[in-house]
Design a protein around this ligand. Structure first.
Ligand code: CA
Length: 649
């Protein structure tokens, strides 16, 4: 229960004028000869700073506690000696209704077990060697030039055959030269990802989340994606080797990022500002009810389906989110941010974040789930960052769920087939998306194309769900067709880790798992042994070849709509199964054709010499064969992709 008077005030202009704090020093600042702590808690009567020996909240090891001083704008300040660096701290806030809350600093940079106590950390001591020279290795790439690989820290190295020593940890991403069973012939881990052609790894949440108990030993059956934020500015402890030591999670995450950068791979972080794990969330303990969309009668807005939508339209929530993103970008050298359910966040907050990251000039880009969600902002006229409102955003890309569902069938209907399985209902949608211009977008750079991600069934599982009798050979054909479409479409490319080796998520009952958020490592891990199968190796090579082809041709990476309009021309724009078009590229024309029918199709194209780079079997930057038209047509085999290049006449 929250104080109703406060709930009524929070979104008023009077409250915001009186209490919006602009300073950049909330949380802990290490000054020359003292430590400074600042907490924003406008309705607190008084606040105590508590300093503890350890980060273990079960230990009764308080060193000292003293009252902080109330200053302007609802900020409380405490100053202490620098001797406490390395210790842990909390705040205790006393309110008029006899409510007393003790909690971790919402701005805490690190903490002990389960992030219950913040750490008084000197961040400079956490930097790996060479950190000051560390840069985004792909800074100069346009967003459409990137190849994004969506990965969970644990999925990457949980498989005992991975040859990776640091199972399920940040450090697993620092190991190079790993191979299947450590035998040396089949690369796994980072070497594998590099060979595939990935430029950016997008990690599922790496901030401190709530589901796993960090005091417990690694357990293959206790697993989570991490969409349950506890401390937004602290790394998750279960991925480090010693979550009791607040230095460890910070150091090891930085080592991971440094190592990826050294390997030419940029790092994208999945951020979930739209809701919190629960209402024990530190900010909520400092300013009860302020962080959430709760109306004056105590009703919660629930567009996130997680029960507590974030009130990003409030000045100090907005500031908290902007500060947090800027902090990760600066302190951890993060190269991009993926916003979970960004359709719940207001466009002003997102544009402010954009300004901050642009000012860093490190090639950072932003994208997110711009779904239209039923949320109830606490102010009038709030514009939400969803697909419909993309015009209000300066530069922010959104997931193309239209293409995702068109390719493999709706994620809300497990039996439905998509275009790749010959469902002609979706042909038009695919045709729109290949140019990077689904209905809602302004330009290809607005659009993140994908066919699968951590949510829902994997691509290979969905193909089989839609057609239980399908042969392995045909399922692979359909998978390759989806891969070709998603990789060769205009826009931004995102691949679900393991999609390229037919990743499946099957539980011990033999069922496909749709949302594997609570499943074990057995279900979730990338199974590196797949690479031993010849047909899987072929699929992997196909993805790799498609990526190489994409990278070799700027005209399949147009940023702007103008270039699409000027250079792309459809050949058959009415067929139920055949999608075919040409793209001008200098003196050449690239022709791309997809046929989802069970029969071969004739594409109208009159050329003497068409050099083929992608067909149903192979893909890459080498010419597979040279063909010519027969009576003004070129044959596109059943369920396949054909890509060729011919010279302009
Ligand atoms: Ca945690």
């Amino acid at each position: 229960m929250y104080n109703k008077k406060w709930l009524k005030n929070y979104s008023t202009k009077a409250f915001e004028d009186k209490y919006t704090y602009q300073g950049n020093d909330l949380g802990l600042t290490i000054c020359k000869d003292h430590l400074c702590f600042k907490l924003w808690s406008p309705y607190a009567l008084r606040v105590n700073l508590n300093i503890y020996e350890t980060g273990d909240y079960n230990k009764n090891d308080l060193i000292t506690s003293f009252e902080m001083v109330k200053e302007e704008k609802g900020v409380f300040t405490g100053k202490t000696s620098k001797d406490y660096v390395g210790k842990y701290y909390t705040y205790t806030v006393y309110f008029e209704d006899e409510q007393v809350n003790e909690f971790c600093d919402p701005y805490a940079r690190s903490g002990g077990i389960n992030g219950k106590r913040g750490m008084i950390i000197n961040l400079k001591e956490t930097n790996p060697k060479g950190w000051d020279k560390d840069v985004n290795p792909n800074k100069d790439l346009d967003v459409c030039d990137t190849v994004i690989y969506e990965l969970h820290i644990r999925d990457f190295s949980a498989d005992i055959r991975s040859g990776i020593k640091n199972t399920g940890k940040y450090l697993g991403l620092t190991e190079s030269g790993t191979s299947l069973d450590g035998k040396g012939d089949i690369s796994t881990g980072i070497d594998y990802i590099k060979e595939l052609g990935v430029t950016h790894i997008h990690f599922l949440p790496i901030y401190d989340y709530g589901f796993l108990d960090e005091s417990e030993a690694y357990n293959r059956d206790k697993y989570n994606w991490g969409y349950d934020p506890v401390n937004y500015n602290m790394p998750e402890g279960s991925y480090c080797t010693n979550p009791r030591d607040g230095m460890c999670r910070v150091k090891e995450l930085k080592e991971m990022i440094k190592s990826l950068h050294d390997n030419g791979i940029s790092v994208i972080m999945d951020v979930v500002y739209n809701h919190t794990f629960d209402e024990e969330f530190p900010f909520n303990k400092a300013v009860p009810g302020y962080f959430y969309r709760i109306d004056k009668n105590g009703n919660y807005s629930n567009g996130s389906a997680c029960g507590n939508d974030t009130a990003s339209e409030r000045s100090m929530v907005s500031k908290f989110i902007v500060d947090s993103v800027e902090y990760w970008a600066k302190e951890y050298h993060i190269d991009g941010f993926r916003f979970d359910l960004v359709g719940l966040i207001d466009v002003e907050t997102i544009n402010r974040i954009q300004e901050k990251v642009d000012a860093l000039d490190r090639g950072i880009f932003l994208y997110g789930e711009g779904w239209m969600l039923d949320t109830k902002p606490t102010k009038r006229g709030v514009v939400l960052a969803n697909q419909k409102n993309i015009n209000h955003l300066n530069d922010f890309a959104m997931f193309n769920d239209g293409l995702r569902d068109a390719l493999k069938g709706s994620v809300f209907d497990k039996k439905e087939k998509g275009y790749i399985s010959g469902n002609k209902k979706y042909t038009k949608e695919v045709r729109k998306s290949v140019t990077g211009l689904p209905k809602w977008s302004r330009r290809p750079a607005d659009v993140v194309n994908y066919t699968s991600c951590h949510d829902n069934y994997t691509l290979y599982d969905k193909i089989q769900m839609g057609n239980p009798d399908i042969t392995r050979e045909n399922a692979i054909k359909e998978n390759k067709l989806a891969a070709a479409i998603v990789t060769l479409s205009e826009g931004i490319l995102l691949l679900h880790a393991g999609e390229e080796i037919l990743r499946e998520k099957i539980n011990d009952k033999g069922e496909y798992v749709s949302d594997s958020v609570w499943s074990s490592d057995d279900v979730n891990e990338i199974k590196w042994e797949n690479l031993l199968k010849n047909d899987v190796k072929e699929v992997y090579d196909y993805y790799k070849g498609l990526i190489a082809f994409r990278k070799a041709h700027p005209s399949i990476r147009f940023h702007n709509k103008n270039d699409v309009d000027k250079n792309i021309e459809f050949i058959d724009d009415n067929d139920n199964y055949l999608i075919a078009y040409t793209i001008k590229e200098g003196k050449n024309n690239i022709v791309i054709a997809y046929n989802s029918s069970k029969r071969a199709k004739n594409m109208k194209l009159n050329v003497d010499k068409l050099l083929i780079y992608v067909n149903e079997k192979k893909a890459g930057t080498d010419v597979i064969e040279s063909i010519s038209s027969n009576n003004g047509v070129v044959k596109v085999p059943a369920c396949s992709c054909l890509v060729g290049i011919y010279k302009n006449k």
